[in-house]
Design a protein around this ligand. Structure first.
Ligand SMILES: C[S@@+](CC[C@H](N)C(=O)[O-])C[C@H]1O[C@@H](n2cnc3c(N)ncnc32)[C@H](O)[C@@H]1O
Length: 244
């Protein structure tokens, strides 16, 4: 089972930098009521529903795992929000050119082929459309072997952490002007607990999901490897505008 399928079973998702990174990213994107926004790799839909409620944007979620799309749709319905979600691959988005005012992604592009995936995002953004993301960057020296270990452990095809300069250059060469590239202070969520942990139902899902998988030797080893990766990386926020 791949990491994404596992996330689909557990029914909750998150990203490095946690809720603090989400709030900073959305604030930097300067969302306006009624703008059409797409959350790329929306997972269980927490960020998307929050953005719809707080900023009044019309949201569309895209994720490759259908059960996560269902979770997102249920979340939107439960909160009485206008929005939609669909199962699709970010590298071949089922949208016309120049559809969205704004797009964002949280911990998704590490898994995707670059620059193709960025070029696809630029395609579906309107002229001067904004794109923001939270992604892992190296703190200092690079340790590509930790990416390879993480890739193997998660059972995914690709897992590439870049330096902040490399992400910036990749975005610039894919049709974006980078307006901000900021490292978060650290991996650890700020106190008090991140919002997603305060949702008891999600906590229960996580507990059940972990109980199904842990303890197994594979997962204990994997946790150790991911701890190594996290020791040498830090999440960063990128805010860009599509070049005209
Ligand atoms: C680390 S999770 C982050 C989810 C969500 N952004 C969040 O922060 O909670 C990565 C997500 O990207 C999705 N994903 C990975 N590759 C994808 C692709 N090619 N197209 C669409 N979604 C993809 C996964 O299914 C997963 O939900």
């Amino acid at each position: 089972m791949s990491f994404f399928q596992w996330l689909g079973q557990v029914g909750i998702t998150s990203h490095p930098g946690g809720w603090a990174a989400t709030e900073r990213l959305l604030a930097r994107l300067d969302l306006k009521p009624n703008e059409l926004a797409v959350d790329l790799g929306c997972g269980s839909g927490r960020t998307l529903t929050y953005a719809a409620r707080k900023f009044g944007v019309k949201v569309v979620g895209v994720d490759i795992i259908p059960s996560l799309v269902s979770r997102t749709l249920v979340r939107l319905k439960d909160k009485g929000l206008i929005g939609y979600a669909l199962a699709a691959d970010i590298t071949a988005l089922p949208f016309h050119d120049e559809t969205f005012h704004v797009a964002w992604a949280e911990s998704v592009f590490v898994f995707l082929p670059k620059p193709d995936a960025f070029i696809e995002v630029a395609r579906v953004l309107k002229p001067n459309g904004r794109f923001g993301m939270v992604e892992l960057t190296w703190k200092g020296e690079r340790y590509p072997e930790y990416c390879e270990q993480t890739r193997q452990f998660l059972g995914v095809r690709r897992y590439e952490v870049l330096t902040i300069q490399e992400w910036t250059a990749m975005l610039e060469s894919s049709g974006f002007e980078v307006r901000a590239a900021e490292k978060m202070p650290s991996h650890s969520p700020p106190s008090p607990l991140p919002k997603w942990l305060s949702d008891w139902w999600d906590l229960m899902r996580l507990g059940i999901g972990l109980a199904r998988q842990v303890p197994t030797r594979k997962w204990l080893e994997g946790a150790h490897r991911i701890a190594n990766l996290f020791r040498y990386t830090v999440p960063a926020i990128f805010v860009t505008v599509k070049k005209s």
